[in-house]
Design a protein around this ligand. Structure first.
Ligand code: UDP
Length: 510
């Protein structure tokens, strides 16, 4: 009976339309369909095009994975036409508008659910992004169990909860640069207010001048929707942060740590070589002749923007490090000023023996898992952090905003597998663009070179760091395999849903 129901289980995944969230949801979807489930992922037309290739492999293997493409109302909310993914926002200041537009997906999804009964079983579970509180209404209306998926670490979840729930911590600080200890956590971790994401600052008792009503209201809704969910899935694994998983467990009803979901790429080989085009293959081939663990890979994710001056400084820091490197420059960063400087300084010619620049999108997971790659200079987005950990790599950390400082502290101070470039403060949402205009340099070339040297160093300290990173990479691989803890947690999660099917969905079992 259980397997019969299991075969009919249909999971509806509802991600925020941001590149890093979509990637994690699609990776999770692949893990789910490999367990024999039917999975529908809510996307929008342009995101469906972007990700079509990454699910083609699963589809051709007869796995039941599909997109449900819903119209995204960009223009109604003052967003540029075709702005269906946060990485196409002209400024991150528009993020609240983007969230508002995301709320409008409720109605078409509701309609779809009313019509699906004949072609597909009604979803047995909704896995919703933390940032989409309206999914709670849908779940309630159709009586579907709903869980929240967190695309961040338990370390972040615990630290931010401890900071926001302690009314003395932030209120007692004299300035934004005064360090404070995160109370009641397993490690001695210091932050300054300037390093906290806006969401944490707004949730604290006394708010800062950066408070916006829009954002504040949103955070309240997110929290409410989280509290009413049946449980929480987190894209992390117990072996990585056992004490923080245990701590977070105490704060929620049910917790399943099922990551790293990006390991599904290894499992299915899609999103990897299978979907690779000429440009991507070129960079992987370029890595071939380099000594194992000698190349530095540099990438700042899908949202960060840097000023042209900062990018020049980074270029000079990479050159000064005298190590082979692949550096990804985002389209938004690819400013005329920078390109002009590249030409005038003859930069690419100067570094051509050992450096390559990728303009646009890089096959990150494949580059990280290449044997020649030895270090990852990252902005510490959670996807990138987990991908670096899974590849067993030491990291050079350069956090910028959102929860990236938490990930930086996890890597450098808890896991001890990275070295920071020394950024002191968070760049709040939107300020990246002002920064771009001001042309500020936050990190000097000497600091960049120093951090790269430390991480790539072949001496005892570097070797110890590499060993720790390699060990975590091995754990990450094992945890998603049969018998591993994330594999088991996924089983327990599916069993939980099966348990709910009987009580909530007698129609499914007919
Ligand atoms: N990514 C990629 N190629 C790129 C840039 C980013 O594949 O050129 C992927 C990366 O592997 C990761 C995601 O985009 O999965 C970025 O997510 P993360 O959470 O690290 O950062 P965000 O984009 O949210 O700042």
């Amino acid at each position: 009976m259980a397997s019969q129901i299991h075969q009919q289980l249909h999971f509806l995944l509802v991600p925020l339309m941001s590149q890093s969230h979509l990637i994690q949801f699609i990776d999770m979807a692949k893990l789910l369909v490999h367990r024999g489930l039917i999975v529908t992922i809510v996307v929008t037309p342009l995101n469906a095009v972007r990700f079509e290739k990454t699910i083609t492999h699963s589809k051709t293997s007869n796995l039941q994975i599909q997109f449900l493409s819903l119209r995204f109302p960009c223009e109604e909310f003052g967003l540029p036409q075709g702005c269906e993914n946060m990485d196409t926002l002209p400024s991150l200041d528009l993020a609240p508008k983007f969230f508002e537009a995301s709320n409008m997906l409720e109605e078409p999804l509701d309609k779809w659910l009313q019509q699906t009964h004949n072609s597909l079983p009604l979803p047995s579970c909704i896995v919703a992004d933390f940032c989409l509180p309206w999914t709670a209404n849908i779940a309630q209306k159709f009586n579907i169990p709903r869980v929240i998926f967190h695309a961040i670490s338990c370390f972040t979840l615990v630290c931010s909860q401890k900071i926001t729930s302690s009314n003395i911590v932030l209120d007692s600080l004299m300035s934004d640069s005064e360090p404070f200890l995160v109370p009641n956590i397993p490690d001695r971790i210091e932050f300054t207010k300037a390093q906290l994401p806006e969401t944490t600052r707004l949730s604290s008792k006394k708010q800062t001048s950066t408070t916006t009503d829009d954002l504040e209201g949103l955070i309240d809704q997110f929290k409410e929707a989280e509290l009413s969910a049946q449980g929480i899935l987190v894209n992390t694994f117990e072996e990585l942060e056992p004490r923080y998983v245990k701590e977070y467990q105490k704060m929620v009803k049910k917790l399943w740590c099922i990551g790293p979901c990006s390991m599904s790429k290894q499992a299915t080989s899609s999103g990897n070589k299978a979907s690779m085009e000429g440009k991507d293959c070129y960079f992987l081939k370029w890595l071939e002749p380099w000594k194992p663990r000698s190349v530095v890979y540099v990438c700042f994710g899908s949202l960060c923007k840097m000023s042209a001056s900062q990018l020049k400084e980074l270029a000079l820091g990479l050159e000064a490090s005298n190590r082979p490197f692949i550096w990804v420059i985002r389209k938004g960063d690819d400013s005329e000023e920078l390109e002009k400087w590249f030409t005038e300084a003859n930069y690419e010619e100067r570094v051509k023996e050992r450096g390559r620049i990728i303009r646009g999108w890089a096959p990150q997971v494949s580059i990280l898992s290449h044997p020649a790659t030895g270090g990852f200079l990252t902005h510490c987005g959670w996807n990138s952090t987990l991908e670096g950990i899974s590849a067993g790599l030491p990291m050079i950390t350069w956090p910028m905003f959102a929860e990236q400082f938490y990930n930086d502290k996890l890597i450098v101070q808890v896991l001890k597998t990275g070295v920071g470039v020394g950024v002191k403060e968070c760049v709040p949402l939107g300020v990246t663009d002002h920064d771009q205009k001001d042309n500020k340099v936050m990190v000097k070339r000497e600091e960049i070179k120093k951090a790269i040297d430390e991480v790539m160093d072949e001496g005892e300290e570097g070797e110890e760091r590499r060993k720790r990173a390699w060990k975590l990479g091995e754990m990450a691989k094992r945890t998603v395999e049969e018998g591993g803890s994330s594999y088991l947690k996924m089983t327990l999660f599916i069993q939980h849903v099966i348990g709910q099917v009987g009580s909530n969905h007698s129609n499914l079992c007919k």
